[in-house]
Structure formats: C-alpha cells, structure tokens
Ligand binder design. Structure first.
Ligand code: GAP
Length: 442
C-alpha cells in the first residue's frame, strides 16, 4: 500500500523533491524540486496550459507580478478576511490552528491533542493573517509594506481591462495564469500538500451573469476529466460541494475536486462561482470601470467569474501517489511509478546491454536521434536489471536496449514499463513507434 513515507523516500532517493536548505537543517515546510521533479512539474503545467489555453479559442494567458499594489489586498478582502484562528499554548510555547486541534499532537504529550495534556494552557483564539509581508525600497516603514501574493487570481482581475482591450475577446472568455503564491500556513506537515511557497494554476472565466451556473457546471466536468485523462483513477476522485459556512468570503458557490491521498480525502482543486465580487471590489477601490460593453446590443454589465483553481504541488503529489506501485518481477520486488507517459519526466531510456563491442556508440546514435523529439536518457552504468529498475522508479514508460543483434540488423528491443513486453523494433522506425505510444495509439 502506498504511504506518504514511501512517496517522501522515493522522491528524495530519485531526485524529485528535496527539503529546502537541507545543509542548514531545513526550512519549515519548504521544498526544492530536483531534476526529475522539475521535469514532472513542467509536464503537469504544460498539460494544464495546453488544455486551458492552447487548445481553446476562449482563454488567453497572463503572467502578472508576485508583488502587487497593497490596495489589491484591501479590495480583494484578503487583508481583512484571509485569516486562520490561532491559539498559543503558554506551557509549550507552540501555536496551533484553533479549528484543527484534532489533527495535531500535543508536543509535550503526543498521545493527546493540544489542550488535552495535564500542562496545556491554551489562549483564546485570535485571527492571524496568512499573507507574507515584505517591503519595497530602501526605507522600511509602514508605507513600504507589500505582500507576496497569496493567490494568482488577483493579478488577473487587476488586468481584466487590459486583456479585454487587447485580446479582442468578449464574455464568455477566460484568463489563465500559472505562478507562485505564498501563504504563512500554520498547519503544514503533509509533505508538498500544504506548503508556504507553492505554485498555482488558476483560470478566471468571465461570463454574462445569467450564464454563471451553466459555466460553473461545465468547469466542474472539464476539470475532473483533465485529471482522469492524465491517469488519476476515477475511484480516487470525487466532487464535494462546500457547505455554506465553509465558503470563502468571495464565493457564492464552490465545489472541491477531492483526491484520496494516503492521509484521506482532501482538496486537490477548488472550482468557485465568484459572482461579480472581484471586479466590483477592484472597480470600487481603483475607480476604474471594470465592466463589459456589448456594442452590438448596447448592453453593459459586470461579468461574473467562474474560477477553477489548482495547485501544481498538490497535483504532483496526487499523480505520484496514484502512479506508485510495487510488484514482483522474477522473484524480486520492484517499485514502479505508472505515470501517464505525457507526465513522465523521461519518456525513453536508451541502454547498451554491455559497455563494449560498439554498443555504446550505437546507443548514443539512437539517443541523439530521439532527444529532439522527447526526453531521452542514456545510461550505461550497472547491470541491465538495475538500470531497468531505476527507470521504473522514475516512471520512464519505455526502455530501449541495444544488444549484439542491434549491430547486426539495426533493431533494438523496446521494454514497456507496465506490461514488461519486449518488442523488437527497427531503429529507423523507433521514433514513430514511441511517438505513437506517447499519443496513446501505440
Ligand atoms: N484563487 C482561489 C484560491 O486560491 P484555494 O482553494 O485557496 O483557492 C487553490 O487554492 C488551490 O491551490 C488548492 O486547491 C491547492 O491545490 C492549491 N493550494 C492552496 N494553498 C496551498 C498550499 N498552502 N500549499 C500547496 N498548495 C496549495
């Protein structure tokens, strides 16, 4: 069974995820992504960008700054409402989320929750703002304070007019953005599920007010399908509508796509009907008119917004968990990541069977022919069995082996990660063979 510990160990061992500043003892709940991690994340983001922007006429892209005018966060409601209730324990000096005491252990007596130990002495709950602050310019005073954005969405709302005027779009249309966000989360500790620096993939879809419900349902379906198409098991996904008391300050309806993580069902992505809250707030605080005027009908209105908001790190964790498998091959235990080929960091490994007889040279030739087409890795170190297992652990769908027959008739074997079938394929036909596999028609 897959556990979070196994995922943490594999991702460290194989260079997907490292604790940040490890040589200095780490920095709470912050992670760095190693060579295969960065490739997996890039593939996730590319798949999202392709589904949201490249393959559609009604969505355009944006990359707004992480630092924004501080009034942004007054208008959005984050300064006032983006808070968690916190309690301090006077006995151990630790701070906890008042609404999540059941999920954590008392540091002095781990068998009980904070507040339940003999020495626990909790304060009343206080609201704690989750935005991270920094200051701009040489003088650090109240006027220089800016915030690291806690979501990418507000940069989209602030640019609504710019994009509307320059992209020649009309509602319904959307603006998509991928980028870093920051939250001073109190409860982290679930590996990359909840961190203080993370990356979001958000899209704000602006619609005529009377079409909001229809588009909300449309995006629930579309987003669910995206995860399934990229290999997440349907049984591990569900939609959960928010209860009225859970709704964010801006939302008139939200449903979460939840995934069955090893720690239980938890939010993977939120899809919210934000109504006209954001555009009206920014119009009021900036004095700009943020509305749409339809010249054909003479109609003027503030569009409503449907927002699918996903996390790169959380999606990465879900894809890793779902792909993780252990089986036995010829009496030996094997760990394998059954990642969708589109997401796999490396698509093909090129392996000479032995390091002599011209095999490395031919393997390099094959590798050089493949690398313009897909992520290919050359590996000649260690036994062939060890090299296969290494590629299985990083989720490489195909391994091409060059053996003595390859030098005689220019054919290679292609080993399939999942079925373990070995096909003999002509070197000339290899790019097409693998590309068919990548396109899902192999
Ligand atoms: N603009 C709406 C918004 O930000 P959210 O539900 O707070 O909504 C959207 O965040 C997604 O961003 C979440 O579903 C999750 O995937 C990701 N996310 C949010 N906070 C995160 C954190 N602290 N660490 C990692 N991912 C996070």
């Amino acid at each position: 069974m897959v556990t979070m510990d196994k995922i943490v160990a594999l991702t460290k061992r194989r260079g997907f995820v490292f604790p940040t500043s490890e040589i200095y003892g780490g920095l709470g709940s912050t992670y760095d992504y190693g060579p295969y991690g960065v490739a997996l994340r890039r593939n996730i983001k590319d798949a999202w960008w392709h589904a949201m922007v490249i393959s559609r006429d009604d969505i355009v892209g944006l990359d707004s700054a992480i630092l924004q005018h501080p009034r942004t966060w007054e208008a959005s409601g984050h300064l006032e409402s983006f808070t968690d209730p916190l309690v301090d324990c006077r006995a151990c000096g630790q701070r906890f989320r008042a609404d999540q005491l059941e999920d954590v252990q008392c540091p002095q007596k781990p068998s009980v929750h904070p507040g339940e130990g003999p020495n626990c002495d909790l304060t009343e709950a206080r609201q704690f703002n989750l935005m991270l602050e920094t200051s701009l310019g040489p003088v650090r005073d109240a006027g220089s304070i800016v915030y690291l954005r806690p979501e990418t969405a507000q940069g989209i709302f602030a640019n609504f007019k710019n994009v509307l005027q320059t992209s020649r779009r009309k509602p319904p249309f959307g603006i998509a953005q991928i980028g870093k966000s920051f939250r001073n989360e109190i409860t982290t500790k679930q590996f990359i599920f909840r961190t203080r620096e993370f990356e979001q993939m958000e899209m704000e879809f602006f619609v005529p007010p009377d079409q909001a419900e229809e588009w909300f349902l449309y995006w629930l379906d579309e987003r669910m399908r995206w995860y399934v198409d990229l290999g997440l098991s349907q049984d591990h996904l569900r939609l959960r509508p928010h209860e009225p008391d859970e709704l964010s300050h801006y939302s008139s309806g939200t449903s979460d796509i939840e995934y069955l993580f090893p720690t239980g069902w938890q939010e993977l992505e939120g899809i919210a009907n934000r109504g006209d809250y954001d555009l009206r707030q920014h119009a009021q605080y900036s004095g700009e008119k943020l509305e749409y005027f339809d010249q054909a009908t003479g109609e003027r209105y503030v569009p409503h917004v449907i927002e699918p908001a996903a996390g790169v790190d959380r999606a990465m964790l879900a894809f890793l968990v779902d792909a993780y498998d252990e089986d036995e091959q010829e009496g030996e235990k094997r760990t394998v990541l059954r990642l969708h080929p589109r997401l796999a960091p490396i698509k093909v490994a090129v392996l000479p069977l032995v390091r002599r007889d011209g095999q490395p040279e031919l393997a390099h030739e094959v590798h050089d022919a493949l690398r313009p087409l897909m992520a290919s890795e050359y590996d000649e170190g260690g036994s062939i069995g060890r090299r296969y297992r290494r590629q299985d652990e990083i989720g490489t769908p195909w391994a091409v082996t060059i053996d003595h027959e390859s030098l005689e008739n220019r054919t290679v074997t292609v080993r399939d990660r999942d079925s373990l079938a070995q096909d003999r394929v002509a070197i000339d036909g290899l790019p097409e063979f693998l590309q068919r596999g990548l396109a899902g028609t192999g």
